[in-house]
Ligand binder design. Structure first.
Ligand SMILES: NC(=O)c1ccc[n+]([C@@H]2O[C@H](COP(=O)([O-])OP(=O)(O)OC[C@H]3O[C@@H](n4cnc5c(N)ncnc54)[C@H](O)[C@@H]3O)[C@@H](O)[C@H]2O)c1
Length: 359
């Protein structure tokens, strides 16, 4: 994909990874083109995430559009207005627990919304043969592993939750657009991200918030479920690498080379927060409590990212130690708390799902 990207539509840019990606474009890559953030601002979004970008570049190189991906007509009009040559598609309902409680929104956004956006992509491609559609997906589409083995790009899909089933479905639609219509697409499936700007319902920020307010730290089941953790900055770098060097029609797995059981993760977080706040770690460790397991809780994810590594030269730069220290520093900086969603909607959700938490 040698063509220079000049106008990128980022969907879901007011969410966690999308916001990090927009920061990455301007601050790490010194991207000189236009970025259009198309986001309908669900509970998971936070426009504060992009305040500094807005202040510097709004109206010249950064544009925000409060529009749903399901509104293909408006999305197309925006793309035409900005001569969009690239769509990087993050927008989704992303929380597994919420997908169990209310799967309809996941079907509507992740499946129907992605389909609508692909229709927009097809129209853009007719006018511009350099157009590319990049779809951001998850390793959860591959299902659950036993104690050994890792997901490769050839692992058959076996999604277990409404969230992963909806993402799997969207991946199939994206791939079908490549094979059927020749739409230039790129897909990446990555492991659990962590870092700044993540919604408090997700495991790491959820635990940090609970520790700081002296509340119990709920861990599902026996705590031995294994996840691979990827620092969000490394993920953004992987997306850019795939976008600029990847082969259209191909899928790339992206992982953090960092498998940890949930209980180990929570214990390590307790120790880190203790160090940062000069508090005895035991005070936090005593807050851990095991709660009934999540229905259909996948046991282990492990990602083989040798394809992107050998073909495109990407590998994660942050060890868990480095990534988590950066993340904690960000969450512990009081000025950043206003950017996290400790708002009413989240508190209501926690109250009505007592004992449950994300992952
Ligand atoms: N967070 C992870 O660990 C992880 C891991 C693998 C893959 N992913 C994928 O990466 C993408 C981004 O994840 P995230 O954690 O940043 O999600 P997020 O929930 O933090 O943000 C999602 C964003 O999408 C927006 N959105 C939702 N529905 C929309 C619609 N109909 N139209 C326009 N915007 C809409 C929301 O307002 C929000 O800003 C998702 O596709 C997710 O499946 C995430």
């Amino acid at each position: 994909m040698a063509t220079e990207r000049k106008s990128i539509l980022v969907t879901g840019g007011a969410g966690f990874i999308g916001a990090n990606f927009i920061h990455h474009l301007f601050e790490q890559l010194n991207f000189k083109g236009k970025v259009i953030n198309l986001d309908c601002l669900t509970y998971a979004s936070n426009v504060e995430n992009l305040k500094s970008i807005e202040e510097k570049y709004s109206g010249s190189r950064y544009f925000f559009e409060k529009v749903s991906i399901n509104d293909a007509e408006r999305a197309l009009e925006i793309c035409n207005r900005h001569a969009v040559d690239t769509i990087v598609h993050f927008a989704a309902e992303s929380h597994v627990d919420r997908s169990i409680l209310g799967p309809a929104a996941f079907v509507e956004t992740n499946i129907v919304g992605t389909f609508q956006l692909l229709e927009v992509g097809r129209k853009l491609h007719k006018e511009n043969s350099d157009f590319v559609f990049y779809h951001v997906s998850t390793d959860e589409v591959y299902g659950s592993l036993g104690p050994t083995g890792s997901f490769t790009e050839e692992t058959p899909y076996d999604p277990r939750s409404p969230y992963s089933a909806s993402k799997a479905s969207s991946d199939h639609l994206v791939r079908a657009s490549f094979h059927t219509y020749g739409l230039p697409v790129l897909i990446s499936n990555c492991s659990n991200n962590y870092g700044p700007y993540q919604h408090l319902e997700k495991l790491i920020p959820h635990m940090i918030t609970k520790m700081l307010s002296g509340q119990k730290l709920p861990v599902y089941g026996d705590g031995k479920n294994i996840r691979d953790w990827l620092y969000v900055g490394d993920h953004c770098e992987a997306i850019w690498t795939i976008l600029t060097k990847g082969q259209v029609g191909e899928t790339y797995n992206v992982g953090g080379d960092c498998e940890i059981t949930n209980i180990d993760l929570v214990r390590r977080l307790c120790e880190k927060v203790a160090k940062f706040t000069e508090t005895p770690a035991q005070k936090f460790l005593d807050l851990i409590e095991f709660v009934p397991d999540r229905p259909g809780h996948d046991r282990r994810y492990s990602i083989d990212f040798s394809k992107i590594s050998s073909q495109l030269g990407w590998k994660p730069k942050h060890s868990f130690e480095e990534g988590i220290e950066k993340t904690l520093r960000w969450y512990l900086d009081q000025s950043n708390w206003s950017r996290t969603q400790s708002g009413e909607e989240y508190q209501r959700w926690v109250a009505s799902n007592y004992g449950k938490r994300g992952g």
